[in-house]
Design a protein around this ligand. Structure first.
Ligand code: LAC
Length: 341
């Protein structure tokens, strides 16, 4: 009995030490920057701090004092929430971001009700290009996470203008869209969203995303066996306009799920999780597409996206993917017209 208690407590101590060490390694080596202290950027930063993914987190915004205020507000939650990450707000001073291992770009205007993400390109493309270049100047090794819209085209812009290895440029959209897909599936199945698997590929646009209902499961049960076709089509349709629905309700685009999705991606990178996520990455023949950034399943770890999981789509899915690529490619052409790439 005594021995058994001794072994158990020693196991407990070992496991506690492992946890402490994991935290120790992360908070003492990581510096992360989030550009844009608006609702999405601040929520992303808040999640990163709560998860203690960095020793130092820099929140940068162009608006005088805004990031400083958001950072101070978050730092005042430290004694309530118990995290150790130091959050520093700065006004447009990129030298403060120097040496960041991960940089998240959320800058630019959000959608207004009735607007598509694509309509933001004219204003956001110039902003994202200049932000990305400033990040690179001070953090040449950084992995760049793109959240700004239109996200697929902004990811392509970062890829083309920064000259970084393609694995270091990751658009977040599919993680958010997949989370929304699981939300709507959980409503239809009246189940816990944590018990669902499912992913959304293609573009991060109301008409370009492709919820792959064929592969979604509830635990390991195919949802196609549990829900009728009409319900499944409605889940897919609701997922596709998930962002627009929230924009209509909120008067601006959503922030809790986009911020949490960004932080989940950062976590997979800094903890080298090798998790599978749908992210917007550069395709080089995978899924039949090249010279484009589009949402596909990838393995994410310390090197950014490390591998594309390239599996065969059926005819209808591949046709939808090609259509999505065509729409995103048309949007990417605007970057050339704007002389940004
Ligand atoms: C959304 C925005 C952030 O989908 O793209 O909510």
């Amino acid at each position: 009995m005594t021995i058994s208690i001794f072994i158990n407590s020693s196991n407990l101590i070992t496991s506690a030490c492992n946890r402490i060490q994991l935290k120790y390694i992360n908070i003492n080596t990581m510096k992360i920057t989030v550009v844009g202290a608006g609702a999405v950027g601040a929520t992303c930063a808040d999640n990163i701090a709560r998860k203690e993914l960095a020793e130092e987190l820099v929140l940068l915004d162009i608006k005088e004092g805004f990031a400083e205020g958001k950072a101070m507000d978050m730092m005042q939650t430290m004694a309530l929430l118990g995290f150790d990450t130091q959050i520093k707000g700065v006004t447009n001073d990129y030298s403060q971001t120097a040496g960041s291992q991960v940089a998240v770009i959320t800058s630019g205007l959000p959608r207004k009700p009735g607007m598509t993400r694509e309509e933001l390109i004219g204003i956001n493309a110039g902003i994202v290009k200049s932000v990305a270049e400033n990040i690179l100047k001070y953090s040449p090794e950084a992995i760049i996470v793109v959240i700004s819209n239109p996200m697929d085209t902004m990811t392509y812009l970062a890829l083309k203008s920064l000259g970084l290895p393609k694995n270091q440029i990751i658009g977040m959209g599919g993680i958010l869209d997949s989370a929304r897909f699981k939300y709507y599936l959980s409503k239809a199945l009246n189940c816990n969203a944590n018990d669902l698997q499912g992913f959304v590929i293609g573009g991060h646009g109301d008409t370009t995303m492709i919820p792959l209902t064929r592969f979604a499961t509830y635990q390991s049960l195919p949802v196609t066996e549990l829900l009728d076709e009409v319900t499944l089509s409605k889940v897919a349709a609701d997922t596709m306009v998930g962002g627009a629905t929230l924009t209509g309700l909120l008067g601006t685009s959503a922030w809790y799920a986009p911020g949490a999705a960004g932080a989940a991606l950062v976590e997979a990178i800094v903890r080298d999780e090798k998790k599978i996520f749908t992210c917007c990455v550069a395709l080089d023949g995978e899924y039949g597409q090249s010279d484009i950034c589009l949402g596909v399943p990838v393995i994410v770890g310390k090197n950014g996206w490390e591998k594309i999981v390239d599996f065969p789509l059926n005819e209808a899915e591949q046709a939808a993917f090609n259509k999505s690529a065509e729409a995103v490619r048309n949007m990417n052409n605007v970057l050339t017209e704007m002389k940004l790439i």
